[in-house]
Design a protein around this ligand. Structure first.
Ligand code: GRF
Length: 198
């Protein structure tokens, strides 16, 4: 988690509200000491791991430190809830097919760090939210769920992003729940839901 942490907040709420969620948050990792979600984690009594890139000699060293710091808490899966750095095999190989990401576009359209801005600049009439399994290419892995919204004429980037976030706050916890409950299978990059697909 790198930013304001609203997706983390939504996940924590969903877990609190559902005794059958099938998992809990055992650690919150961030690449920024000022990330909003860290306070949420502390308030909830969840351990935090902060590794800022600037504190390390290079990217591989940073990623190894973050990986080891998170792994020390023995999570069985990882959710990238607004985590804005690219992770490589160093991180992903510890949790094969068990790292999830939420991305604010309908992938494969508009991968990258400015998805909402790029979609609006392109002039799309529809955009939305994608939850996917993370692989070694950016915003590329098997798609778990997607939900679209129509873009209204004249809407700003912030307005569209807020509406996408409102979707993410439902869709992402639903996908994490399914992962925790063992209800997702991946067959040739197709994600098959055992339960009802949101
Ligand atoms: C989300 O829209 C996520 O898809 C994107 O960054 C945003 C993070 O929001 N990568 P928050 O920090 O969870 O509020």
């Amino acid at each position: 988690m790198s930013g304001s942490g609203t997706n983390l907040a939504a996940l924590l709420r969903a877990i609190d509200d559902d005794p059958d969620f099938g998992g809990r948050v055992v650690v919150v990792g961030s690449d920024r000491a000022d990330a909003g979600g860290l306070q949420l984690a502390r308030d909830a009594g969840i351990p935090t791991v902060v590794e800022e890139l600037s504190a390390h000699a290079d990217r591989p060293t940073w990623e190894q430190a973050l990986t080891d710091g998170v792994a020390a808490h023995a999570p069985e899966a990882i959710v990238l809830a607004g985590f804005m750095k690219i992770v490589t095999a160093t991180f992903l190989s510890r949790w094969p097919s068990r790292v999830l990401n939420t991305h604010p576009s309908i992938l494969p359209a508009f991968p990258g760090a400015h998805a909402v801005r790029d979609a609006l600049a392109y002039g799309v009439k529809v955009t939305g939210s994608t939850v996917h399994v993370v692989d070694e290419q950016v915003d590329h892995g098997p798609i778990i769920a997607q939900r679209a919204i129509a873009v209204a004429q004249g809407e700003t980037e912030d307005e569209v992003h807020e509406r996408i976030k409102a979707i993410e706050h439902e869709l992402f916890p639903a996908c994490v729940r399914a992962l925790c409950r063992g209800e997702l299978a991946i067959e040739n990059r197709h994600v098959v839901w055992a339960g009802e697909q949101p």
